[in-house]
Design a protein around this ligand. Structure first.
Ligand code: PRP
Ligand code: URA
Length: 211
């Protein structure tokens, strides 16, 4: 963990569910449900510094001074396709967040990211944007997605992943030192195909049953 700026969420419930997510015998249905649940638990901590505004609420007894998240608080941006699996869990906590999409895939031969889609909320620059993707391997996809988002004027960006390789954390730290990274685990290393070891395999294929 030296030379890495990353928040590892070691809450027992997150770690427990992650063990089942990794398990090769977990079915796509269970995998989807677990990714959704872990994303919801992680979102709780990732959104800790959301801006609040004061409101007055009439209780049955009197007026109370309360706080609610301010209107244009949050944007969730999954990296297609595997990031889609994290959106529903996050929306359960912050149902009014807007959702953008960025399409990036890793070319199987070069292992370099290729962008194919980008649609962000029009008011994205006014929001805190949480980029989500289950896997941070080489960091190429996340760095490309963050570049696109910054090019569109967004300043406040966080990255939320389930499993990272040290190589991916370092790559994002280097290119985007302002972006805080939240993960459930930092694994050992990348194999020769740039898969995270021990990891969970191909997150997109396991979510959508495409293999
Ligand atoms: C996976 C994963 C990340 C990327 C991580 O997506 O969901 O987006 O690989 O690798 P990197 O850090 O080396 O860029 P993939 O390219 O397999 O596309 P998919 O989600 O469409 O399956
Ligand atoms: N993408 C995945 O889905 N899994 C990995 O281990 C690396 C990249």
């Amino acid at each position: 963990m030296t030379n890495m700026k990353v928040r590892v969420m070691d809450h027992p419930l997150i770690q427990h569910k992650l063990a089942f997510i990794r398990d090769v015998n977990t079915t796509p249905k269970e995998f989807r449900e677990l990714v959704e649940e872990v994303s919801m638990l992680m979102a709780y901590e990732v959104t800790r510094d959301l801006p609040l505004e004061d409101v007055k609420v009439q209780t049955p007894l009197e007026m109370a001074n309360c706080k609610v998240t301010s209107g244009k608080a949050l944007g969730i941006v999954p990296i297609l396709r595997a990031g889609l699996g994290m959106v529903a869990g996050m929306l359960r906590l912050v149902p009014n967040a807007k959702v953008g999409h960025i399409g990036v895939y890793r070319d199987h031969d070069t292992l370099k990211p290729v962008e194919y889609y980008c649609k962000l909320p029009a008011d994205a620059p006014e929001r805190q944007i949480i980029v989500c993707d289950p896997m941070l391997a080489t960091g190429g996809s996340a760095n490309m997605a963050i570049n696109f988002i910054k090019e569109r004027g967004v300043k406040n960006i966080k990255l939320m992943c389930l499993i990272a390789a040290p190589e991916g954390v370092r790559a994002v730290n280097e290119k985007h030192p302002d972006v805080e990274i939240f993960v459930a685990a930092v694994d050992s290393h990348l194999n020769e195909h740039a898969y995270i070891v021990p990891g969970l395999g191909d997150a997109g294929d396991r979510l959508f049953g495409t293999k």
